[in-house]
Design a protein around this ligand. Structure first.
Ligand code: NDP
Length: 295
C-alpha cells in the first residue's frame, strides 16, 4: 500500500505557483508592474478548528508568496453586518477571499456565500462557480474536490472509465467531487456512484466493494472498513475527526483499509493540504483573471 502524500504534493504545487507568479511579475504584463496576488480570510468568532485551518492557509500563502489578511469579526455579528462587510471585500483590492466555515448558528451560510463576488470566490462555493463547474466550464473550483483531482493526477492514478464511489454528498465536498469526476477534467471521465445517508447500507457496501476508487467524506471515524472495499482499491479519506484523546483521524478504519487498498490518503497529511493547494490555485486563477493574464 502506498500513502498518497498530500503534504508533499501540496508543497510542490505552492512552489510552482510562486514561480509562475514570479515569472509574470518579472515579465511585466501589458507594460504594467503587477502586484502579488492577495487573499483575505474572514473569520467569525473563535472556533478552535477554524483557527487551525486558517493558520494552515496563511502558511500556504507565505510559501506561495501570496499576500494575506485575516479579518476577524465578533461571533455576535449579524448576518446583515457580515453581508455589508462581504460587499466591501467584493470591491476591495483583494484578488480573492474566503469566509471560513462554520459560521455561528444564527447566520445561514448560503446567505453569505451567495453574496461573495464569483470572481473572488476562491473556495469555489458560489452558485455561479458551482453551476459552471457542473457544466464543465472554466470556473473557480470547489477547493477540496480540486485538490483531490490534483492528487490523483500527481500519482498518475487513472480516473478515466473508472468506477468511483463517493460517500457523502455535501455541497462543499461530496457533490462537487462526484460532478467533477464525471466531467472532462484534466484526468478524464469516471463512472460515479454518489451515496449519502439515504443510501441503504447494504447497497452502499455492494457499490463500494466494486469501486476502483472510494472517496469517503461523511465525518465519522471508522466509517469505511476493509470489508467495504475491493483488494487494490484507491481510497481517498476526506474526513477530519478529532477523537476525545485529541488525535486527528479520518473516516477510514486506517489499519484495516491500509492492508487491502493499493493507495490511501493519510489523515492528517492527505486531503487537508490538497484543499489548501486548491485554494491557492484558485487565488492564482483569480489574480490572472483580474490582470487579464491568459495562458
Ligand atoms: P457534511 O456533514 O456537510 O456532509 C456529510 C455527508 O455525509 C452528507 O451528505 C451526509 O448525508 C453523509 N452521511 C452522513 N452519514 C452517512 C452515512 N451513514 N452513510 C452515508 N452517508 C452519510 O460534511 P462535509 O462534507 O463538510 O465534511 C465531511 C468530512 O470531511 C468532515 O469530517 C469534515 O471535517 C471533512 N472535511 C475535510 C476537508 C479536508 O480538506 N480534508 C474539507 C472539508 C471537509 P446527508 O446529507 O443525507 O445527511
Amino acid at each position: 500500500m502506498k500513502l498518497l502524500d498530500g503534504r508533499a504534493v501540496s508543497k510542490e504545487i505552492l512552489k510552482k505557483v510562486k514561480e509562475d507568479i514570479d515569472h509574470h511579475i518579472d515579465k511585466k504584463h501589458l507594460g504594467y508592474n503587477l502586484s502579488r496576488p492577495s487573499m483575505a480570510i474572514v473569520l467569525v468568532g473563535h472556533n478552535a478548528a477554524s483557527e487551525s485551518y486558517v493558520r494552515a492557509k496563511t502558511k500556504a500563502c507565505e510559501k506561495a508568496d501570496i499576500n494575506y489578511k485575516i479579518i476577524r469579526f465578533d461571533e455576535n455579528i449579524s448576518a446583515f453586518e457580515l453581508i455589508s462587510e462581504i460587499k466591501l471585500l467584493n470591491k476591495s483590492h483583494f484578488d480573492g477571499f474566503i469566509v471560513q466555515l462554520p459560521l455561528p448558528d444564527h447566520i445561514e451560510p448560503n446567505s453569505i456565500i451567495n453574496e461573495i463576488s464569483a470572481y473572488k470566490d476562491i473556495d469555489g462555493f458560489h452558485p455561479l462557480n458551482f453551476g459552471k463547474m457542473a457544466l464543465g466550464q472554466k470556473s473557480m473550483r470547489p477547493a477540496t474536490a480540486y485538490g483531490i483531482l490534483k492528487l490523483l493526477q500527481y500519482y498518475n492514478i487513472p480516473t478515466n472509465s473508472q468506477h468511483v464511489v463517493v460517500i457523502g454528498r455535501s455541497n462543499i465536498v461530496g457533490k462537487p467531487i462526484s460532478i467533477m469526476l464525471g466531467n472532462d477534467f484534466e484526468v478524464g471521465r469516471s463512472t460515479v456512484t454518489s451515496c449519502d445517508i439515504h443510501t441503504p447500507k447494504e447497497l452502499l457496501k455492494e457499490e463500494s466493494q466494486k469501486a476502483d476508487i472510494v472517496i469517503v467524506a461523511v465525518g465519522q471515524p471508522g466509517f469505511l472498513t476493509a470489508d467495504m472495499i475491493k483488494e487494490g482499491a484507491v481510497v481517498i479519506d476526506v474526513g477530519i475527526n478529532r477523537l476525545e484523546s485529541g488525535k486527528l483521524v479520518g473516516d477510514c478504519d486506517f489499519d484495516g483499509v491500509s492492508k487491502k487498498a493499493d493507495y490511501l490518503t493519510p489523515v492528517p497529511g492527505g486531503v487537508g493540504p490538497m484543499t489548501i493547494a486548491g485554494l491557492i490555485l484558485n487565488t492564482y486563477e483569480a489574480w490572472k483573471m483580474k490582470n487579464l493574464i491568459d495562458e
